[in-house]
Write a protein that binds this ligand. Structure first.
Ligand code: NAD
Ligand code: DAU
Length: 364
């Protein structure tokens, strides 16, 4: 089994989303001959404009192809996997709150979709064993720290039990378990990454940081769930994408790698930092009804990834400054991202919460 090196052909599923598009931009930006085909369904979260920089650059565009399609569709997936040296699967429904409102799509992509990818990979692995292709493709499954559930103390290690607590996290855990089972049963070359809370440019405005930045720019209320003392470990998007590329190239087959962030803090403290960067008052922050089953804390141990030779490059101060500046400079992007079902979703998620909200306790 050979990990794909420079000059290979990658199939990047979900490559028009937040982290996937960063991965595509950064890998093609290395200009080392690597080719990328993106397969993306373009759900409300997928956005072709996220790949605009690639398509506008002749050098990158000549090594890039885009296919609109569903990872749960075997007819779309099989020929693309057959043509790839490796697959990086970012495709997922990714928002916990939407998974609480309507879980079905999370299972379709996170379980059925992963199963379809694995069956295509199995067919290609069998072809390699018969000498019909030089090597079998490798699959990197992009997973999440949420599969561990809420970590009240200490840091989760890769061998710890999975204890997901939302439909989103359960779908991600199920996808991972299928990947592991196909490795054990059919000898597929797979690696899994579990990334921390990621932030940066091109993040859909439904998530905490972009929601609060864009609402604050419009002087709209910022709906902070519960007491706002939940803790997250924030990872800049280019570090998440870089760690995935590193694991794809160097990870041991069958291995799982945590990708921790660079700074653990409470949501309240995070929001205070955002408001300082935006020069907006704390009075915008509203304490609203909590997310059901809200995980109190995520925290992962990063020793395996460090031993593989990866360290994050962007600290929280720098990353938040870059992110706030990007949203200030890209208003047409985030206003367009608030199209489609945005108003209906926003009303369903927040109308009652905001109507019954109170002024939030200030940060420490
Ligand atoms: P995102 O919602 O921004 O992007 C998901 C992309 O997948 C979109 O382009 C969407 O159109 C596409 N997609 C969805 N269903 C599809 C399907 N059936 N077939 C093909 N394409 C489909 O998500 P993101 O934040 O970029 O997350 C990417 C991956 O990283 C996900 O697997 C997520 O679980 C994981 N992850 C995210 C974070 C985070 O903080 N954002 C952290 C750890 C892991
Ligand atoms: O930890 C990795 C995960 O991070 C990824 O797997 C998910 O795809 C990604 O969406 C993210 O999940 P979270 O639920 O942690 O992120 P979110 O931005 O939705 O929320 C971050 C924290 O902020 C969480 O404690 C809930 C809180 N929050 C969120 C929103 C949207 C609020 O207080 N108010 C809000 O309106």
């Amino acid at each position: 089994m050979t990990a794909p090196g420079p000059g290979g052909h990658l199939l990047v599923t979900g490559g028009a989303g937040f982290i996937g598009s960063c991965f595509v931009r950064d890998v093609l930006g290395r200009r080392d001959g690597t080719r990328i085909t993106v397969l993306d369904k373009l759900t409300y979260a997928g956005n072709r404009a996220n790949l605009g920089e690639v398509e506008a650059d002749a050098g990158m565009a000549s090594r890039f192809a885009f296919v609109r399609g569903d990872i749960a569709d075997p007819a779309a997936v099989a020929p693309l996997v057959a043509a790839a040296d490796a697959i990086v699967n970012f495709a997922a429904e990714s928002h916990v709150d939407r998974s609480i409102l309507e879980p079905a799509a999370f299972l379709r992509t996170g379980v059925d979709g992963v199963h379809v990818l694995l069956e295509a990979l199995r067919a290609e692995t069998e072809r390699a064993l018969r000498g019909e292709r030089a090597t079998a493709p490798r699959l990197l499954q992009v997973s999440t720290d949420e599969v561990y559930g809420s970590i009240e103390a200490g840091h989760a290690r890769e061998a710890d039990a999975l204890a997901p607590r939302s439909p989103y996290a359960a779908a991600k855990a199920a996808g991972e378990l299928l990947v592991r089972a196909y490795h054990a049963t059919y000898g597929l070359d797979v690696v899994i990454t579990r990334g921390s809370n990621t932030y940066g440019p091109f993040h859909h405005p439904e998530k905490l940081i972009p929601l609060f930045v864009t609402n604050a720019l419009d002087d709209l209320p910022l709906p902070l769930y519960g007491d706002g003392l939940q803790r997250r470990d924030w990872l800049y998007v280019a570090d998440h994408a870089g760690a995935i590329a590193h694991v794809l190239a160097h990870g041991a087959t069958g291995g799982t790698y945590n990708i921790p962030g660079s700074a653990e803090l409470t949501n309240r403290d995070l929001v205070a930092r955002l408001l300082a960067l935006l020069d907006k008052p704390w009075s915008l922050v509203r304490s609203v009804a909590d997310r059901p089953g809200h995980d109190r804390r995520y925290a992962m141990d990063g020793r395996l990834l460090a031993a593989l030779g990866w360290t994050n490059r962007v600290g929280l101060d720098e990353g938040l400054a870059l992110t706030v500046a990007w949203y200030r400079d890209h208003e047409p992007w985030w206003r367009a991202a608030r199209g489609g079902d945005w108003d209906a979703y926003y009303a369903r998620q927040y109308a009652e919460r905001l109507a019954t909200s109170s002024v939030a306790e200030p940060a420490s």
